[in-house]
Design a protein. Structure first.
Length: 336
């Protein structure tokens, strides 16, 4: 069953009644226009967003979505607008807002995220290659990689109900433990380097590309400040498959050393699927690492959290030391 979180309709009154400073006149127009489209937006998930806490709210204050009325009778100039989430409701960002058309049933399309200077749309998205910040105000905020769209057909009512769907793939590599060599001191890690799948899997109705035709993504390093140092490394990637000997991720350490993890059998055959979330559990040794299991499930459904719980578990083993392994200038090659 799909689960979506919606903003209560009653909450719309809060923004309409509140003081809006320089936006008073604009808000008054929007509030008093009987044909203005008000928004309720949810996401098809329990774990709703790319985040580092594993709890996730439906939306974050400041999120922007672009909504278009695609009906035959849509009013020109009032058929497309950007809406901003203010922590309780969605309000127009700027002077524009959309209105209902006279058609009995209206059709709408919407997408997230809206980023100034980018040409993303309901039909296309360019994956950012820098996703190494958890701060929504940063250009390299990982949430800007979480491409979602929504479509709806609805007659005029108090609000337009939109349910957004994830189209990309969330991958997390999580350190679950260390060898006894690290009993007193753990290695210092930095932002990881994930490789985009070699063969992209098409997503119906969407054109998905990578910024600057890139082949790698700088992911988010989430530090566990406890003595256990069970860090995690996260990125959003295009769905697709890897080929034999492809690098999946490099776990970069302070001083320029990295551990290179090759794509496993599942990534070569099934690949990373649209709307799925993967957690690769890793044990780090002195001169190598072991990926001992991977969990995969729908992005947010089945109780998935960033701690690694999911619907289905697939297990496999990888060589644990560097004996007999090929070396690269910047690290070790670890493969199944």
């Amino acid at each position: 069953m799909k689960i979506a979180k919606y903003i209560p309709a009653a909450a719309l009154a809060l923004v309409l009644a509140g003081c809006q400073s320089e936006d008073d006149f604009i808000s008054s127009d929007y509030a008093n226009d009987p044909m203005a489209v008000h928004i309720r937006a949810g996401i098809e998930a329990l774990q709703t967003r790319v985040n580092t806490t594993g709890t996730g709210n439906a939306w974050e204050t400041g999120d922007l979505i672009s909504v278009a009325n695609t009906s035959t009778g849509a009013v020109t100039g009032k058929d497309k607008a950007v809406y901003k989430y203010n922590g309780g409701t969605w309000v127009p960002e700027g002077t524009d807002y959309i209105v209902w058309s006279d058609d009995v049933e209206n059709t709408f399309e919407a997408y997230y995220p809206v980023v100034e200077g980018k040409t993303d749309s309901y039909e296309q998205f360019e994956l950012p290659t820098y996703q190494n910040s958890s701060d929504p105000d940063d250009d390299n905020y990982i949430g800007r990689a979480d491409y979602m769209t929504a479509a709806a057909s609805q007659s005029k009512s108090d609000a337009l109900n939109l349910t957004f769907k994830h189209h990309l793939t969330k991958v997390t590599v999580k350190i679950s433990g260390y060898g006894n060599q690290y009993a007193t001191q753990k290695p210092v890690f930095q932002a990881p380097t994930f490789t985009v799948p070699t063969t992209k899997t098409p997503v119906s109705g969407k054109t998905l590309t990578v910024a600057n035709s890139g082949t790698t993504v700088t992911g988010l390093f989430s530090e566990d400040a406890s003595t256990e140092a069970k860090h995690s490394f996260t990125a959003v990637l295009l769905p697709g498959k890897y080929t034999t000997n492809d690098t999946f991720v490099k776990l970069n350490m302070e001083g320029g050393t990295s551990l290179t993890v090759k794509a496993n059998v599942q990534q070569l055959t099934t690949g990373l699927e649209s709307g799925k979330a993967y957690t690769f559990n890793v044990t780090v040794g002195k001169n190598g690492a072991t990926i001992y299991s991977v969990t995969v499930g729908d992005w947010g459904t089945g109780g998935w959290t960033e701690s690694g719980t999911a619907d289905t578990a697939l297990s496999f083993s990888i060589q644990t030391s560097t004996d007999g392994l090929a070396t690269e200038s910047d690290g070790y090659i670890l493969a199944d």
